[in-house]
Design a protein around this ligand. Structure first.
Ligand code: ZN
Length: 156
């Protein structure tokens, strides 16, 4: 039990650190795509920017206002997907989604998520699940809206 308490404290520390000093907290003027996320129940509102270099996420950033969980999750998200391919980012999205909804049952998979596991605690609080997944849904929207092979297609 003492180990659990220590782990909770560590996760709490990660959340607070990313909330106080969010990583990649800036606009990205040369972004390939962006998407907004809003969580009216909590007042979270953020924008996620993505820049692709071929298939790679060469840069990613966010800005916005929100609670500690939403901001920390967005900050962790930018670190997790930067330098990854589009497919890898999509896989991370799926894993984090299972993590925060409490449906990730494979301990090995959860372990691969590293610092992102700090978000697992929200699974017990449905309101917080939305906070934790906000930036990730924005990430997915941005990626879905920027198909690499869609050059010349409708630009809506
Ligand atoms: Zn929130």
């Amino acid at each position: 039990m003492a180990d659990d308490a220590a782990l909770d404290a560590l996760y709490q520390e990660i959340i607070l650190d990313h909330y106080r000093r969010p990583r990649n907290f800036r606009e990205l003027p040369e972004a390939s795509c962006s998407a907004d996320g809003k969580n009216p129940n909590c007042g979270d509102a953020l924008t996620v920017w993505l820049k692709f270099d071929g298939d790679l996420v060469s840069d990613v950033s966010f800005q916005g206002v929100g609670c500690a969980i939403s901001k920390a999750s967005a900050s962790l998200m930018t670190q997790a997907v930067k330098g990854r391919s589009r497919d890898e980012a999509a896989v991370i999205f799926e894993k984090v989604h299972r993590l925060v909804t409490g449906t990730e049952t494979d301990a090995a998979t959860a372990k691969e998520l590293g610092q992102l596991r700090a978000l697992a605690g929200v699974a017990k609080f449905p309101m917080r699940v939305k906070c934790a997944s906000l930036a990730w849904h924005a990430l997915k929207s941005a990626m879905d809206g920027a198909e690499p092979a869609a050059q010349g297609a409708a630009t809506s």
